[in-house]
Design a protein around this ligand. Structure first.
Ligand code: ATP
Length: 425
């Protein structure tokens, strides 16, 4: 984790929020490369979950909603974490986090730690609206999901959707987490990418849909290069499930701090639409019913963190991020062999200007080629393209592959096709 944290800061992926004022616990800023990584993750998710499907549409709901939403959804009563307090130092820790509890007990060395009974704390972040007193107490959304449910009837009546269908959304959520930590893993402000998929209230069919989405989401992560052996499903036992869930499975990653949730697949039954008193009228049979919901709820920040951790490689010569080209911040870096040869610089610039129209690419003429390779490897740029003296004669360039460090000569007019073919793999 130390290596990832240091690389994330050094190369501009992740910074502490308001660092010059000492930071603020549980909040993070994304630098230029982290922003690209996150945008790519979100774009790939949207492509796979919305554009690639006929049965899903997207929405973008507001962060602050009428507080009645949270009463109805159960979040004001049930959105809580159980905490225990150490009777020696009064630090509070999540009662369900055995690793932290035992770590804390060890930190008191010979003293025997006693804990208070577990107590619940609400995770919703309060905000106050209006300019005159009394102000309206509202909440920053604790999950983006409710914005989908309260718009269910709007979407049905304004679009040609028919059950089974889904509504997708990506956006910020806020939780007053008691123990934020592990870089962005548990933050107080984070982004979620979610699909709410509405089905008929039928046991066998809905279970099938649940299984289908579990596998679809797992395949999405492995398709973007996450090591299969580091991923697993974790089915929730009865006492682990959230207040709304009929069944729940987490996709977990074997992080340096232990197996941790990446994404939750939840069978929410009719909990939410039922609480909001929303129903669906089948246009074919005129039957009125409350649909059931299968949800896939992933964290953009956790995905970004796990992609960074999983792709981090070190050998005796270099550090590199073996990110899939689809999510790598830059698809290619273009170099003139020597910065003081105007012919080389001009040709390299032309290639850069041209590729820039289709991909996010970067130009670098600082230092020597070895140093440039090193710098690009560290941020996961899959291809380095070098213009040398030979290129002036034959219009070919050297393309060096990040993972194998092998080089190939490729025609300048073939570069776009070459990068595209790699993005498709
Ligand atoms: P955890 O118990 O690990 O905090 P959760 O079970 O409360 O997570 P969900 O409510 O299922 O999480 O939220 C869905 C997804 O949103 C999670 O899988 C995770 O990727 C992301 N997420 C939830 N809380 C946070 C957080 N505090 N910081 C970053 N991402 C989060």
């Amino acid at each position: 984790m130390e290596k990832i944290t240091s690389l994330a800061k050094r190369r501009g992926f992740i910074f502490q929020s308001s660092e010059i004022y000492g930071g603020i616990q549980g909040f993070w800023d994304y630098g230029p490369l982290g922003t690209e990584l996150k945008r790519n993750i979100k774009a790939e998710w949207w492509k796979s979950m919305v554009y690639g499907r006929e049965d899903v549409v997207g929405i973008d709901a507001s962060i602050i909603m009428n507080p009645e939403v949270w009463k109805a959804s159960g979040h004001l009563e049930a959105f809580t974490d159980p905490l225990v307090e150490c009777k020696i130092c009064h630090q509070r820790i999540r009662a369900d986090n055995e690793e932290e509890i035992s770590g804390h007990e060890k930190s008191h060395k010979d003293k025997k730690v006693e804990w208070t009974e577990a107590k619940s704390f609400n995770l919703m972040t309060e905000v106050f609206l209006g300019v005159t007193e009394p102000k309206l107490k509202a909440y920053l959304r604790g999950e983006i999901t409710q914005g989908v449910f309260v718009n269910f009837s709007n979407v049905v009546s304004s679009n040609r959707v028919k059950i089974p269908f889904g509504i997708a959304q990506i956006g910020k959520a806020f939780r007053n987490e008691i123990t934020p930590g592990n870089l962005t893993f548990r933050s107080r402000e984070f982004e979620q990418m979610e699909l709410e998929y509405f089905v008929k209230p039928e046991d066998a069919e809905s279970k099938k849909t649940f299984e289908y989405f579990k596998n679809l989401r797992m395949d999405w992560y492995t398709g973007l290069g996450i090591n299969k052996d580091k991923l697993r499903f974790h089915d929730h036992a009865d006492d682990e499930r959230a207040h709304y869930a009929k069944y729940a499975t987490d996709i977990q990653y074997d992080a340096p701090f232990g197996w941790s949730e990446f994404e939750g697949i939840h069978h929410r039954g009719d909990w939410d639409l039922g609480r909001h008193k929303l129903t669906y009228k089948d246009p074919d049979t005129n039957e009125n019913f409350t649909p059931w919901v299968i949800e896939t709820s992933g964290g953009v920040d956790r995905a970004a963190l796990f992609f960074l951790i999983d792709s981090y490689k070190e050998d005796e010569k270099r550090i590199y991020l073996a990110l899939h080209p689809k999510i790598a911040p830059y698809k290619a870096a273009i170099f003139p062999l020597l910065a003081n040869k105007p012919d080389l610089v001009e040709k390299a610039r032309k290639i850069y200007e041209n590729l820039k129209k289709s991909f996010v690419v970067t130009f670098d003429d600082r230092g020597n080629i070895g140093k440039r390779y090193f710098a690009q490897d560290e941020i996961g740029t899959p291809y380095c393209i070098t213009v040398d003296f030979q290129s002036l004669e034959d219009n070919m360039v050297t393309v060096r592959d990040r993972d194998t460090a092998t080089q190939a000569r490729i025609g300048i007019d073939k570069l776009e096709g070459y990068i595209n073919s790699k993005l498709e793999q």
